[in-house]
Design a protein around this ligand. Structure first.
Ligand SMILES: *Cc1c(COP(=O)(O)O)cnc(C)c1O
Length: 231
């Protein structure tokens, strides 16, 4: 099933790239494997997937030793400061930096391992109260505030768009995040490398690609529905 789903997602990505005149190589597919067993991750791995997204430190910690070493693990969910230590030596990128205290703590933990961790700043584009993230109008100041932390490097922006039945509803948020990204990029802020825009999930990744996503985070579309709690 994973194989068939991946082939559909891949076709959709290619079509969205074609529609928007983009090169397929500009878009990285992150397979969001939260709640899914390592056997399913291996199915995706066998289809050449190397980027996996998880939202719980504990899950990265458990899956990491059971899977091949060339996997790139992306921390995409809300991160509590006391959990950073479980993942700091395992992840290639943290997509969910949304406070100065968190950025400082990530930098401190990364220093213990001699690493500089690429991070994205999570922006709450729709102003949803239930979501984490910096307000769009505060994003530049926020980046200026954390840019000199020695063991992180800001590599771009991320957003989690609202849940909707109609992907077109989210186009405006993706478009505005891209604008914000370009604005900040053009300022050439010291020690800030704007190279990634992480946006789009199963319901809306094609629209996100049309609006400039460089990373899409697709879970359900690859691994099927998630079941929480007892089965
Ligand atoms: C779960 C999750 C996804 C993937 O969601 P799907 O709708 O299953 O594709 C993407 N991004 C984040 C931050 C997530 O937590």
């Amino acid at each position: 099933m994973v194989k068939e789903n991946l082939s559909i997602v891949e076709q959709n990505i290619q079509k969205a790239c074609a529609r928007s005149g983009r090169d397929r190589r500009e878009v990285q597919l992150i397979a969001v494997s939260k709640t899914k067993p390592v056997e399913m991750l291996m199915e995706a791995y066998d289809c050449q997937i190397r980027d996996f997204g998880e939202n719980k430190p504990q899950e990265i910690r458990e899956k990491f030793p059971q899977l091949p070493e060339d996997i790139r693990w992306h921390m995409i969910g809300h991160l509590q400061r006391n959990k950073i230590k479980y993942i700091i030596d395992k992840v290639c990128m943290i997509h969910s930096i949304e406070s100065v205290r968190l950025a400082e703590a990530v930098s401190e933990e990364a220093a213990k391992h001699g690493r500089v961790i690429p991070v994205l700043v999570e922006v709450n584009m729709a102003g949803e109260e239930t979501k984490f993230g910096i307000r769009p109008e505060e994003t530049e100041d926020f980046i200026r505030e954390i840019r000199l932390l020695p063991n992180i490097q800001v590599n771009g922006l991320m957003t989690i768009a609202p849940y909707t039945e109609n992907a077109e509803d989210n186009r405006i948020y993706f478009r505005n995040l891209k604008k914000l990204y370009v604005d900040i990029k053009e300022k050439n802020i010291d020690n800030v490398v704007m190279s990634h825009l992480s946006m789009g999930m199963t319901g809306d990744y094609e629209v996100a690609i049309e609006e400039g996503a460089t990373m899409v985070r697709v879970g359900t579309g690859i691994f099927g529905e998630r079941f929480y709690g007892q089965i």
